[in-house]
Design a binder for this molecule. Structure first.
Ligand code: DGL
Length: 258
């Protein structure tokens, strides 16, 4: 069981930013990554549909014998993590907007939480806001994930969208920006360019991988020391043969950004 892979899933390419972090921090593990590219975006869909699609993704990962599941998608985590933890006998790790670490940073000003409509609308996020969000503002960012999916990590379209979302907040001090969708770390450079220099951009990837490591250790599922690890298998719902190559390229991009 310990030498089985960890399964990860996202609506598309975003979770590859979490996969890169996992390869760096838990290099002895192997990974199977499923991107539900045929069904993007999750963030504008009805939660019942996100639940259905997430289950289908999890089934694919289970068929590959995964020993744990990482829902590398804030949207799918908000909708499905609690329920899947009840149903599955293996660890299920989710990701949430990193509002807690952002709130603990020094400095004054607003915390902008960039995420999908669904993530920001569901009770899981409201609970997070109640605990850590006294100076946080939710900023739904429809359309941004599509830029990442189409390989546009900077340029006019990305800038125009980002400007439209961030402009209302730029005349007040900003303490931090939370990247509450796993696609957004790919847009770090474009986002930083619109903010005062040095504004922290906080994502939940490292915390999620730490939690994966903790859960694997608790369940005695960590890969053994003699296991080489680092093997990645990509799966996609897309019928376009170029998608698997694109996933590999995005992994290289994500590794270079760490
Ligand atoms: N990457 C996903 C997230 O973390 C969602 C993007 C989408 O499908 O809308 O929320």
């Amino acid at each position: 069981m310990t030498d089985r892979p960890v399964g990860m899933l996202d609506s598309g390419l975003g979770g590859i930013s979490v996969l890169a972090q996992a390869l760096r921090d838990l290099p002895r593990e192997d990974y199977v990554y499923f991107g539900d590219t045929a069904n993007i975006p999750y963030g504008d869909k009805d939660p019942s549909e996100v639940m259905r699609l997430t289950r289908l993704g999890v089934d694919k990962l289970m068929a590959h014998g995964c020993k744990a599941i990482v829902i590398a998608c804030n949207t799918a985590t908000s909708v499905a993590a609690e329920q899947l933890r009840k149903e599955l006998s293996i660890p299920v790790i989710g990701i949430e907007p990193a509002l807690k670490p952002a709130s603990l940073l020094p400095g004054e000003g607003q915390i902008l939480v960039l995420a999908t409509q669904v993530t920001l609308r569901l009770p899981k996020f409201h609970a997070l806001m109640e605990r850590y969000g006294s100076n946080a503002v939710p900023v739904p960012c429809s359309g941004l994930m599509e830029c990442v999916e189409s390989g546009q990590l900077e340029g006019e379209r990305v800038d125009a969208l980002l400007r439209s979302y961030l402009a209302p907040y730029l005349d007040k001090p900003i303490k931090a920006v939370v990247l509450g969708c796993t696609h957004y770390p790919f847009l770090r450079k474009a986002i930083a360019a619109l903010l005062p220099p040095g504004t922290p951009l906080v994502d939940g990837n490292a915390g999620t991988v730490r939690q994966l490591g903790r859960r694997l250790a608790e369940e005695a599922l960590l890969a053994p020391p003699e296991h080489t690890g680092g093997k990645v298998t990509f799966l996609t719902s897309s019928r376009d043969p170029a998608t698997l190559r694109h996933m590999q390229c995005m992994l290289e991009t994500a590794m270079a950004m760490l």
